[in-house]
Design a protein around this ligand. Structure first.
Ligand SMILES: Nc1ncnc2c1ncn2[C@@H]1O[C@H](COP(=O)(O)OP(=O)(O)OP(=O)(O)O)[C@@H](O)[C@H]1O
Ligand SMILES: [Mg+2]
Length: 344
């Protein structure tokens, strides 16, 4: 294999969990092959992402060369689009909170809804954007799923409103809320941009964004198009130590959005009858992870059957739950206010 062939191969490799390849992500510098020796220069923006990409490439390429030298180009600069100086498609929002995770099903949407409501209970003006275009759950969780959007006189989309928050989701635009969307990701991204720009959000103290799982196009676009004040990562005790979570942390760091905090969801179990607490998956995982990556730990929420049942029927615990349940989410807001310098 010569230098050109190696470059071609590298350009078409996909960074784990990313929809884009290494060329599209602008991660490749000089590539050189001399007999059975190859040298690859990477344009990663920090040590963590360099180590991760290096490990990945060594695994992919070790059988092809006797020696493989992979180094980072210095000085390191950010090369992912415009994330170092993101656009601001939501100048009406004083703070933007992105709720993310490396894995699906860990409770991003549930936390987003209740976090947004807890913020609104404190008197803030809050919008909640469902960025999970392919699995939009926010309308069901906020009991707005039978509503359909309309337009105001300024030709702006009027968001739904419930529990003191403004809500926008692609599920409010489809004929039925469970109509499946078969969109290319570029179309999904355009729809989200429209939700940022053409919705009558008014002035917001907080725009909370419920992100889809993983680290794909939508996350990249949001990081490029919005100055995210705080990205919070949701984990569960089971996923706490997984590669996906570390990957999400590193990727967000790499695209210029640092993690503002970790929330451990479904952390422990409270028996509904005896109220006894069981640490089914051990405890302290989220906190240890926060320490490892030097990210604030914002708190844990138990695995609570009522949270699931109430959420499914559109009765968010932060608004309609017991005082204990309200407390879980209100406490998150307090911890966030302690750790993150919001613009309020
Ligand atoms: N603390 C909790 N206790 C009990 N059930 C919970 C809790 N948090 C979330 N759930 C339930 O877990 C399921 C997944 O939650 P949710 O939809 O919020 O996750 P998600 O990370 O947004 O998933 P996806 O990646 O599919 O968007 C839902 O049925 C929800 O009601
Ligand atoms: Mg979700």
């Amino acid at each position: 294999m010569n230098s050109q062939e190696l470059m071609h191969l590298l350009q078409h490799l996909h960074y784990p969990s990313f929809e884009k390849n290494l060329k599209e992500l602008h991660l490749l510098g000089n590539v050189h092959v001399n007999n059975s020796h190859a040298s690859i220069e990477l344009l990663t923006s920090n040590d963590d992402s360099f180590t991760m990409l290096k490990t990945f490439l060594e695994r992919e390429l070790h059988h092809r060369f006797d020696t493989l030298e992979i180094h980072a180009k210095t000085p390191k600069t950010v090369h992912y689009g415009h994330t170092a100086q993101p656009n601001n498609r939501a100048p009406y929002a004083n703070n933007i909170i992105a709720v993310t995770s490396g894995k699906g099903g860990v409770g991003k949407s549930t936390v987003s809804v209740n976090l947004a409501i807890s913020l609104a209970k404190k008197g803030y003006r809050v919008g909640l954007l469902d960025a999970d275009v392919y699995g939009p759950n926010i309308p069901r969780l906020t009991n707005t799923d039978t509503e359909r959007i309309g337009w105001n006189d300024n030709n702006q989309i009027v968001p739904s409103e419930n529990f003191g928050i403004k809500i926008m989701s692609v599920a409010l635009t489809t004929p039925k809320n469970d109509t499946p969307l078969v969109w290319r990701s570029s179309v999904a991204v355009s729809a989200l941009i429209q939700f940022l720009e053409d919705v009558a959000w008014g002035t917001l103290d907080f725009l909370v964004i419920d992100m889809p799982p993983g680290t794909g196009d939508i996350q990249l676009t949001m990081a490029q198009e919005l100055p995210i004040t705080a990205a919070v990562l949701i984990t569960t005790p089971q996923t706490v130590a997984t590669d996906d979570v570390s990957r999400a942390i590193m990727m967000f760091k790499d695209i210029g959005v640092s993690m503002a905090g970790i929330i451990e969801n479904m952390s422990y179990f409270i028996a509904p009858d005896t109220k006894i607490r069981y640490d089914i998956f051990g405890n302290g995982g989220g906190e240890r992870m926060a320490q490892k990556y030097n990210i604030p730990f914002l708190g844990s929420i138990p695995l609570d059957m009522e949270i699931r049942a109430a959420s499914d029927s559109g009765e968010p615990p932060s608004a309609l739950g017991s005082s204990e349940q309200k407390r879980y989410y209100d406490a998150l807001v307090e911890r966030m206010e302690e750790h993150i310098s919001f613009n309020v």
